[in-house]
Design a protein around this ligand. Structure first.
Ligand code: COA
Length: 160
């Protein structure tokens, strides 16, 4: 697998919208309503301009397979991510979380956090697979990862 994360740009507005409005993504989001396109356009422009929000597209051989976003709060970042629906269950979710560690380190982040609805088994497994520590809250699981030296080394593109 040769997955890369690249920064989102203006041209990605529609693919990010399509992934954000996917029915499974909405079900697993904490704000579950469908997103009107105009709202998305405002949000996307604000997000590109926001220095505390870093958005990536995940690609393999120039095919977009998912997206991941870091919302920085000082030296911590909250993760939001998804895999494009036709590419789920192929290991991309695990690979995207693995790849984001390097990007986070390069951006001065020391701690990553993900909040996952209890029924979202795939995401829970993807976080645990990547060494995040799980704790149970009332309505979700919290996953924490403290970045460590070595996480900034470029991943072997041939390994999952
Ligand atoms: C969550 C999501 C990103 C996982 O991505 P993915 O590429 O499908 O996941 P992977 O293929 O890496 O699989 C991760 C693990 O979950 C398992 N899995 C995948 N889909 C599953 C499903 N629907 N039900 C149960 N387990 C599932 C895989 O078998 C794998 O388990 P393993 O480590 O024991 O082999 C993807 O399902 C998605 O985009 N969902 C909608 C958005 C979302 O939920 N985002 C996360 C919000 S916290």
């Amino acid at each position: 697998m040769s997955l890369i994360l690249r920064l989102c740009n203006e041209k990605d507005i529609d693919i990010v919208y399509k992934m954000a409005n996917d029915s499974t993504v909405r079900e697993n989001a904490f704000s579950g309503d469908a997103i009107p396109y105009d709202d998305h356009c405002r949000w996307y422009a604000d997000s590109l301009a926001n220095v505390d929000r870093i958005m990536y597209i995940a690609e393999e051989r120039n095919v977009i397979v998912g997206q991941i976003r870091l919302d920085k709060q000082n030296n911590k970042a909250i993760i939001s991510y998804s895999v494009e629906k036709n590419n789920r269950k192929k290991g991309y979710g695990k690979q995207i979380l693995r790849s984001i560690k390097r990007e986070a380190m390069l951006n001065g982040i020391v701690m990553l956090e993900g909040l996952v609805k209890k029924r979202n088994v795939a995401s829970r497994k993807a976080f645990v697979h990547n060494g995040f520590i799980e704790s149970e809250e009332e309505n979700y699981f919290r996953y924490i990862y403290l970045l460590k030296s070595g996480d900034n080394i470029e991943i072997d593109k041939n390994s999952k």
